[in-house]
Design a protein around this ligand. Structure first.
Ligand code: ZN
Length: 175
């Protein structure tokens, strides 16, 4: 690493440079009053730098919007591979993101499937009510608010019975 202007006015910076370090701590605060780390190569205050990067990112929305990143990854699989090869430390992170996305998609599909299965019970109850003239209802086989156990609002816990049967059963579990 050879840099312009060396040796600099700052002894701390020179010492850090000679020791092969990338950052140093200046005796005096930066122009914004920070006493944090500064970068050896350009003397820039890390706190100020991070704040300006954050500001720029929030202003442009670039690289911070998860939806934007998801789209970018989907549209640029080749660039993503190059990025992974260049930045092996990002590989694990990207793998985690991909797995999370896959799980999210699977659970969305499962959820939609379950919703339509549940809806089918209500449609069937309405159909039987209309066709027979006897009011039918969707029953939770294991009551949702039972005294001893709690059933779930899932297809395997649903059946269509008449309103009368349902009133008689109440919150009890019949086996
Ligand atoms: Zn600063």
């Amino acid at each position: 690493m050879t840099l312009l202007g060396f040796p600099w006015k700052s002894e701390a910076r020179n010492a850090a440079y000679e020791a092969g370090q990338t950052h140093y701590i200046e005796v005096a605060p930066c122009r914004n009053g920070h006493f944090g780390l500064r970068r050896v190569k350009d003397g820039q205050c890390q706190t100020c730098n991070r704040a300006s990067v954050k500001k720029w990112r929030s202003k442009t929305g670039y690289k911070t919007d998860p939806e934007y990143l998801r789209k970018w990854r989907a549209q640029n699989p080749d660039l993503l591979k190059i990025h992974e090869a260049n930045r092996p430390e990002h590989k694990l992170k990207l793998k985690r993101i991909r797995n999370a996305e896959r799980r999210r998609r699977i659970s969305e599909v499962k959820c939609e499937k379950m919703k339509s299965e549940i809806m089918a019970f209500y449609i069937e109850a309405q159909r039987l009510t209309e066709e027979t003239g006897i009011p039918h209802e969707v029953d939770h086989i294991i009551p949702i608010n039972g005294k001893t156990m709690c059933g779930l609002h899932v297809p395997s816990n649903l059946r269509v019975i008449t309103q009368e049967e349902n009133r008689r059963k109440g919150n009890r579990l019949e086996i």
